[in-house]
Design a protein around this ligand. Structure first.
Ligand SMILES: [Mn+2]
Length: 226
């Protein structure tokens, strides 16, 4: 049995859906889990999501990619930027989950460590993982932050990257809650906080696990085994 390399789409504070999803996946030693970013904002328990991802590191390798929402949050919490746009994009729910009472010094040290550990991209032999999008004219090391963290697939679906690997992304939620797959790119943001699914994909087997905010769950095997 080949080892599992599992990508998880945008969680956005949906800690309960993450619990159900992880109970389906049953992470074990040797698994690699790549979380695609946007752990915080919009949903009810951003702090709980970070707690769970930190705990998950006791069991398996967790590679956490930074989303645009972590970028917005950290810029505000570090005092680099006014809070207006972050609050507008769901930051109030995050502040609530951390028990905000007026001081922006809300992150426990282990959360600071988690956010410091985030990366912009990850790759395996056949796949690469980024939060939002990519520029096919640039290597993964040389991407612009705008493409990596902000550019929606509704703006542009890029052609295949010359590295020949399949892109695994989040960020552009599907209003119909479906996984978007164009062959060279797959998007796992199935809009959990908006009533859809939190989705996970084992890129090696094609198996898909999904959970929602109400605790519904489903597992789909790959249509055609690799
Ligand atoms: Mn995003």
């Amino acid at each position: 049995m080949t080892s599992r390399l599992i990508a998880i789409g945008d969680i956005h504070g949906c800690a309960n859906a993450l619990d159900v999803l992880l109970a389906l996946i049953l992470p074990q030693t040797g698994d690699r889990i790549v979380t695609l970013g946007d752990y915080v904002d919009r949903g009810p328990d951003s702090k709980g999501v970070i707690d769970r991802l930190i705990a998950l590191r006791e069991t398996c390798e967790v590679i956490a990619i930074q989303g645009n929402h972590e970028e917005m949050m950290l810029e505000v919490l570090r005092g680099d930027t006014p809070h207006d746009s972050w609050v507008q994009f769901g930051g109030v729910a995050t502040l609530d989950s951390y028990g905000f009472i007026g001081s922006l010094d809300i992150l426990p040290p282990e959360h600071v460590e988690f956010f410091d550990s985030m990366v912009d991209h990850y790759e395996s032999d056949e796949h690469f993982f980024v939060h939002a999008n990519y520029d096919p004219a640039r290597s993964l090391e040389d991407q612009e932050i705008y493409q990596l963290r902000w550019q929606k697939l509704t703006e542009v679906v890029p052609p295949p990257h010359p590295n020949g690997k399949k892109a695994v992304v989040g960020h552009t939620h599907d209003p119909e809650f479906e996984i978007f797959d164009v062959g060279h790119l797959i998007c796992l943001d199935t809009y959990c906080y908006g009533g859809g699914w939190l989705s996970a994909l084992d890129v090696n087997s094609g198996r898909i696990w999904q959970a929602d905010m109400e605790g519904e769950q489903r597992i789909r095997e790959a249509a055609s085994p690799k």
